[in-house]
Design a protein around this ligand. Structure first.
Ligand code: 5GP
Length: 190
């Protein structure tokens, strides 16, 4: 997605060889027009899959997942990062390490909002090692729903997440691929 590449070049900040800060357009501030375009693009790519529900993980995936769900005219459900010790017998939970926070968090999704009849499109912001995505994929599998694909805004190709998830047989589409951040330079892939 050419527009997104331009915005990343203008507003992204390379923090290290591994991390690209995208607070200006994805992880803190949200540009509604750009986000709507991202949602349109995901909806176009997954138009043939019969999606009944879009899912994401709070918080950075919510805006683009919302735009996708709006375009596909289906509900959006976001998995919550669990902050309470109260047991919810209806919840599907997974423990995932957080790439940027360096901690482990529990994510949960209530069985009330996902069913075995669903065809689920999972939308997320950035894929690095893939831990967050693998956690939500396990939850979707345990719900009995069918995962039709995973759409990520930014795929960091120099980390293993996207490759291993594709090897699992999941259809993963990214709007922008980043091959390298070495030396402070953002190198895009095709
Ligand atoms: P993973 O579980 O794939 O290692 O990391 C995924 C999550 O970590 C993403 O949803 C994103 O919020 C955060 N993350 C990973 N790499 C980056 C990065 O380079 N920049 C930013 N801003 N967030 C990242």
């Amino acid at each position: 997605m050419e527009l997104l590449k331009q915005r990343i070049l203008q507003e992204g900040i390379v923090v290290s060889d591994q991390v690209l800060k995208l607070d200006a357009l994805l992880n803190h501030q949200v540009d509604p027009e750009l986000t709507v375009e991202m949602g349109r693009e995901f909806a176009r790519r997954f138009a043939d899959t019969g999606v009944t529900r879009v899912v994401t993980v709070e918080s950075s995936g919510i805006a683009v997942a919302f735009a996708t769900a709006l375009e596909m005219k289906v509900p959006l459900v976001f998995a919550r990062r669990k902050k309470t010790l109260l047991a919810d017998p209806d919840a599907l939970c997974e423990r995932v390490p957080s790439f940027t926070k360096g901690i482990v968090t529990d994510i949960m999704l209530s069985r009330q909002y996902i069913s075995p009849d669903d065809k689920v499109l999972f939308i997320d912001d950035i894929i690095a090692n893939g831990d967050a995505a693998r956690g939500l994929i396990k939850i979707i599998e345990r719900s009995g729903a069918e995962l039709v694909g995973l759409g990520v805004v930014v795929e960091k190709c120099f980390q293993a997440g996207a490759r291993t998830i594709r090897e699992q047989g999941v259809r993963l589409e990214s709007l922008v691929k980043i091959m390298s951040l070495t030396g402070g330079e953002i190198i895009f892939g095709d």
